[in-house]
Design a protein around this ligand. Sequence first.
Ligand SMILES: [Zn+2]
Length: 404
Amino acid sequence: MKKYLVILFVAMIMGFGFSYARASPNLVQNGSFERVASDGFAYEWKKSSWGTLESSFSYPVSGRTGNAVQVSIGELDPFADDHGALIETKYLLSVRPGEKYTYTDYIIGNGTSVYLDIRYTLANGSFLYRGLTSTTTSGVWKKTTVPITVPAGAVAMSVYRVANSAGTFTIDDVLLTAQPLPAPPVGKGFVTFSFDDGRSESSVIPLLKNLGIKGTFFLNPTPLIEQWEPGIVFTLAEVKTLVAHGHEIGNHTLTHSSLIGLAPDELDRQVVGSKEMLESMTGRSVLTFAYPFGDFDLASYALVAANHIGARGVWDSELNTKTSDRYNLFSFNPVQSTPVSQILSLIDQAANSGSWLILSFHQIGPSSLGMYSYQESDLSTVISYAKQKAQIITIRDGLSRYIN
Ligand SMILES: [Zn+2]
């Protein structure tokens, strides 16, 4: 009963009607500014200013709910390149053209005007700026809600607030949600191709490109950065290519450690430290997690939940539905001995029930790689079949647009 009350409450504060009681996760991390980073500013947020004007940021200040950020600027010099002071998320959100999002925030101030702008990163690395709206602040909290549709060519975005006239404003409760996936047509479902550990997976990059699908790669930053197995683990350049190709990078702990029974400091390093390292490697928000070996206990489940919008576990032969536990998604792990027909039959099951099948692969290549490897030609057969029977989605897509 308590869960329904919470959902109802979330639906009310999000401004939806009672008939639309759906809790989409916030794609902005620490959107309510409660959490303090080690540098003393708001965790996962960044402050900056353009031009020569005087600006200052205060954090934490008392907000609409708990902590908030306050931004003050002096007079803008019309002859200088003064554009104001910015508050934005530390990392970019990966996006795809045509995706729809809803952005909401609350600001209060002393009359200063504050722009809400968006900066898209295009595939060729250039930027596209769009003004969404402008808010003239007053002494009461003003709620802003704007729809966003990602334009052609965009691969990432950052939504930010920028003070544009002398004064002070305070921002709180930033929420960015993705539009739910439409129900699949009869006879179709959702399938995800995920790849773990970043070992012997280089051949997947051109394969996915040729087949035109986006996958999710759960990576361990330490072996990657330190190149523990040169020629086997992804290079940093390959990780950048994955991001540029629109694939999702997910967190799989620093060193592929089981999370059961870890001391709090080590657990924090493996879950939060790993996520932050992947974010600084890729420049993108890392929102999803996969438990190494599918292992977790109460403490690790709670820490993963506090830092991600969802997590993948292992539970062979089970399909995910809208009511699956978003912090322990089912997945099927094909290995060398798994017949292609068994995977195609699982895809059929997802298609017949309109549900979500997550496939988790480990190494792609010849059988000499070992029992956890999977043949490239078989993977190609499975992807081609899935494209006919299902919509191919990433883990983040499923978590932000399918799971309730
Ligand atoms: Zn793994």
